[in-house]
Design a protein around this ligand. Sequence first.
Ligand SMILES: Cc1ncc(COP(=O)(O)O)c(C=O)c1O
Length: 322
Amino acid sequence: MQGLARPLPKRFKLTSLPTPIEELDRLGERIGVRLYVKRDDLLSLGLGGNKVRKLEYLVGDAIEKGCKMLATSGAVHSNHARLTAAAAAKAGMKAFLALWGSGEEGEQGNLLLDDILGADIKIVEDREEAERLVEEVEGDCVYRIPPGGASVIGALGYLQAAVEIASQEDESGISFDYMVIPTGTGATLAGLLAGSVLMGGRWKLIGFDVGFEGGKVVEDVEGLARGVLDELGVCADIHGYRVLDASYGGYGVISRRVIDAILSAARTEGLILDPVYTGKALAGFEDAVASGDIEGGSSVLFVHTGGIPILFQYSKRVVKLK
Ligand SMILES: Cc1ncc(COP(=O)(O)O)c(C=O)c1O
């Protein structure tokens, strides 16, 4: 990338890149936009998803520091936890996962995969307790990763993705007015935003907040994007993004509106979304076009951030609402 005062930190290869961009003409026609999808659900490590790109930089950093264990926390359905376990396996490290939630669904979806991937798993009731367990875990140089991989180092994975998308635009001759991003901790949006700013404000970015940070995500996005630019020695104004609410009842709550969006993507495009992140982002996006918040007829890239194992973890609730 041009114009950087400092090179990007070391990255540990966990997947093949680039992921494809595909047109979703039937779904786009239904919504009233020209719609494309960035298939980051197809990132090849451990069933894919956005955390793979973040973990390439986080594991690179852990190796630089001589660490032998990755430790993180998340909900029992956490994609980030599953992919931390997968990344640790691939890098020859141990994984410690402190997961919060009732665990009433049993060993299904991501929780089943965490176990198959060989992680040491502790399930507790609340988020604070899980985060405390990560602080307290002992081992030979433990590399502690914040929930969702939300650090400046993690967000660099999506700076790299922004460069990848820009070169796919240049090769194909398609240009996107908007980029639509499922948003939890905000690190994916922050990385893409830093990339867009570096390329002169290339896209209008819209994060659909699924409620993970209880409404405080905007500050986090701003802080992480600023941190990424600082890391690279770049001084630039942060602009060109909005965060819209797509919590539909709260983080992890599965609502009928979201199931409708999942059915819509599946039945027009054969595209599978999940009920906690990508399904909520699609519902939020459809509602934003309907209300005029996003202009009809625009060219839009929907970033598919993965998460499909959650569909199986909560299959009973999904079936009830479908
Ligand atoms: C499938 C999926 N999409 C989106 C997100 C949100 O990404 P971020 O935390 O970077 O905002 C997550 C995070 O857990 C996720 O698992």
